[in-house]
Design a protein around this ligand. Structure first.
Ligand code: TRP
Length: 324
């Protein structure tokens, strides 16, 4: 008999206001310097390209974090204890999530939180089928704002917020502090944060990770322009732009840009946008931390770093932070 205890994940939707994407895009392109939100990367093709990035030899982040999780999941499970609720910020389609779901002791619930409803539901259904004994309670919400947690059938003994992938690095320092404070709120009394944080290292390794030799990251970045052409009535000639990734030691982040190779005018949603030759659109930042820097940031949000696991080369860290 293969009956499921929790057959269909029931979705909670919160504050799903359809923001005016075109207005946001035009604001970004009329700013100086120009910028576009990384949230527009992830259409179908963008999501597939990102999957490929995570398997590139130069992109050490995903495989290193996975190795750290595999090597230390026993200790992590010990610290978390039995009957926790695992609240993942992000939709949780990753192998790292599966490692936790396999090893944590009698989870009360697994709660993936993501703004992208379709991706969330698909990932939640897949995990619910793989882990029929775990109650999966997806929440469609913008996790940068406090949200209400669903009530699992089993009373959780504590909330563990999980935020893998060094996605924390994609937020500005101010936004990082705000987000850690939301996590602090959602962890509740006795809760904790388990987070993947990429570490500072030499410039060449960092730039290679975001500008691979196979050109997948370049295609991922340029796909943003293809998407604007398709969905927002834009006329970008993608051949007139080039991917660039640069690490800036101050403030300690990799920046991804799209560089205009010539002076040109592009129409977006009926508006004309001018580019000078060499002008760039900034599309993503990925902040890197030392262990001390991240510890200080977590401290300002009310967390104390309890345990840190790294790989032998100290490329990446997984950190367990207690709510204080
Ligand atoms: N958070 C990861 C990072 O900063 C994933 C990521 C976001 C990414 N945007 C990216 C990776 C663009 C490669 C290219 O590395």
């Amino acid at each position: 008999m293969t009956e499921q205890a929790f057959p269909t994940p029931e979705l909670t939707e919160q504050g799903a206001s359809a923001a005016d994407d075109l207005v946001e895009i035009l604001q970004g392109l009329n700013r100086s310097p120009k910028a576009l939100s990384p949230k527009f990367f992830y259409d179908d093709r963008g999501s597939r390209l990102f999957e490929r990035i995570t398997r590139l030899p130069e992109y050490y982040l995903t495989r290193t974090e996975l190795d750290i999780m595999s090597a230390n999941v026993g200790e992590i499970a010990e610290l978390i204890g039995p009957q926790a609720s695992l609240i993942e910020f992000g939709s949780g389609s990753s192998l790292k999530t599966r490692i936790l779901l396999e090893h944590l002791d009698r989870l009360a619930a697994y709660v993936p939180v993501d703004i992208s409803r379709d991706h969330l539901v698909a990932a939640a259904e897949a995990l619910a089928a793989e882990f029929p004994h775990i109650e999966v309670l997806p929440v469609a919400a913008d996790f940068t704002q406090p949200f209400d947690l669903p009530q699992p059938k089993i009373m959780p003994l504590r909330n563990i917020v999980y935020f893998p992938g060094s996605t924390i690095g994609n937020f500005s320092p101010d936004a990082t502090l705000d987000l850690l404070r939301v996590m602090h709120h959602e962890a509740k009394e006795d809760g904790a944060l388990l987070i993947g944080v990429d570490l500072k290292k030499d410039t060449a390794s960092l730039e290679r990770a975001y500008n691979d030799s196979a050109g997948v990251t370049a295609e991922f970045n340029l796909n943003l322009l293809r998407r604007l052409n398709r969905e927002f009535d834009a006329t970008f000639d993608v051949d007139n732009f080039e991917h660039r990734a640069i690490y800036r030691e101050t403030p300690g982040r990799v920046e991804m840009h799209l560089v205009s190779l010539r002076a040109q005018d592009v129409s977006v949603g009926g508006e004309t946008i001018h580019f000078d030759a060499g002008e760039t659109i900034r599309t993503e930042c990925s902040h890197k931390y030392t262990l001390d820097e991240f510890g200080a940031m977590a401290g300002r949000a009310g967390f104390a770093v309890h345990s840190v696991w790294t790989d032998p080369e100290e490329l990446f860290s997984v950190q367990y932070c207690l709510r204080v």
